[in-house]
Design a binder for this molecule. Structure first.
Ligand code: IPD
Length: 296
């Protein structure tokens, strides 16, 4: 049967807001961190409790759907193409949360047939919601202000002498501190910081939000022109991917030039905002900066 995407989105919004209240109520002891792979990759009791809550709520309502969550996934667990799958990060921006930085969100996506078809991202500290579903557009709503459809603020972005010139680009480090992913990070960051077109023109700024989901939503709103990360996971991007693409933005491969259609669990992503003059050229120009930093 066809999925009622609008209905699923409405239900996910309710669950994400309930999960957001749990995050706001977390006590100091529930925010004590445990390192996962290393000290850059941390988890708290609250992450686990919020994920268990979300999983239970979703399962009660949609018992036939699969669930892939950051805290409960099995090693190597794949999203099955033929079963609708909720892909969930209960707290994206855990490091921000434990440092009392408010860039924190609940991220709940629904993936079906290999695509993100519903996305809800909710920041409980700002009471800011981002949501969308395939074919239905996307919107953002802050506190009790009226919902605004995306893209929001951004006037069309026109680079001047190269599309990256003057661009605000979101990046993040992920949790690797050695190995090929880390080396790629170093090379891309260096190359973006150096990007110099004719006449000494540069990328305007590099920004790090600390939540991939929020970074992609901000790209959907044109608050950043692009977001690049190598090393994040399906649950970091699944929800925001739908929100961005419904707003007219794209996510392409962040490591392999020419791959316009990477899978949800690609782990290397380049998100480009809507309303950029020449989205395709922007992607190609970014890919050209990978140069020899490219690793396949
Ligand atoms: C992390 C954040 C961070 C990104 C990492 C993610 P988490 O998610 O999205 O911005 O750089 O790759 O793992 O651990 O806070 O859910």
């Amino acid at each position: 049967a066809e999925l009622d995407l609008a209905g699923i989105r409405t239900f996910i919004i309710e669950v994400a807001k309930e999960a957001g209240r749990m995050i706001l109520q977390a006590s100091q002891s529930q925010l004590k961190t445990t390192a996962k792979t290393n000290s850059t990759d941390v988890v708290t009791e609250t992450d686990k409790e919020v994920e268990a809550f979300i999983s239970q709520r979703l399962h009660e309502k949609y018992p036939s759907f699969d669930f892939l969550g950051e805290e409960s996934h099995m090693a190597g667990q794949k999203i099955r193409d033929d079963v609708p799958t909720f892909v969930v990060d209960p707290i994206d921006g855990t490091s921000n949360l434990v440092h009392h930085l408010p860039d924190v969100c609940v991220s709940i996506g629904l993936v079906s047939g290999g695509r993100s078809v519903v996305g809800v991202v909710y920041n409980p500290f700002d009471d800011e919601l981002w949501a969308g579903y395939h074919g239905g557009g996307s919107f953002t709503q802050k506190r009790s202000e009226p919902a605004q459809s995306l893209p929001l603020y951004a006037p069309p972005f026109e680079g001047n002498g190269g599309i990256l010139t003057g661009a605000c680009i979101g990046v993040d480090w992920g949790s690797d501190r050695e190995g090929p992913e880390f080396e790629l990070n170093l090379k891309v960051f260096t190359s973006l910081a150096r990007t110099q077109r004719t006449g000494g023109k540069f990328v305007n700024s590099l920004r790090c939000v600390g939540s991939a989901a929020l970074a992609i939503c901000r790209t959907a709103a044109g608050q950043q022109d692009m977001f690049w990360e190598c090393g994040c996971w399906a649950w970091d991007v699944a929800a925001a991917w739908c929100i961005l693409s419904e707003a007219g933005g794209v996510i392409v491969d962040g490591g392999l030039p020419g791959n316009w259609d990477p899978p949800i669990d690609n782990r290397r992503y380049l998100a480009v905002r809507p309303a950029v003059t020449g989205q395709k050229e922007a992607v190609e120009e970014f890919w050209s900066t990978l140069g020899e930093s490219r690793s396949e």
